[in-house]
Design a protein around this ligand. Sequence first.
Ligand code: ZN
Ligand code: ZN
Length: 124
Amino acid sequence: MEASNTCDTGSDLKPEVIYRCKKCRRIVASADQVVPHQRGGGQRCFKWKKRSDGDAEPECSSIFVEPMKWMQTLEEGCVQDKLQCVGCKARLGYFNWAGMQCNCGAWVNPAFQLHKSRLDECRP
Ligand SMILES: [Zn+2]
Ligand SMILES: [Zn+2]
């Protein structure tokens, strides 16, 4: 595991956060499966769809995770599709091997995006 330079605030000790489906409480990801991204790092990546609002950085509305077994459409070989909870079929997010942009402006590539609003963040 290579440690990328961290811009995160106070992430020295990593809390063991578990993300569950809000509807059926099925565990969909844990903190160590979350792929961190540098907020607002969009400018130096792709030029198309450039975001240049100088406002305060928005809170990321989603998390990006590693590809996981429960992502069925992924197993079927799709390049991009929605991510559904295996338990209740709720739509939890979207994935795209070519990458996606977080609402903070950062590009994540490949991207397995889960919306925080669909998840329960459980801290012990
Ligand atoms: Zn973000
Ligand atoms: Zn569910």
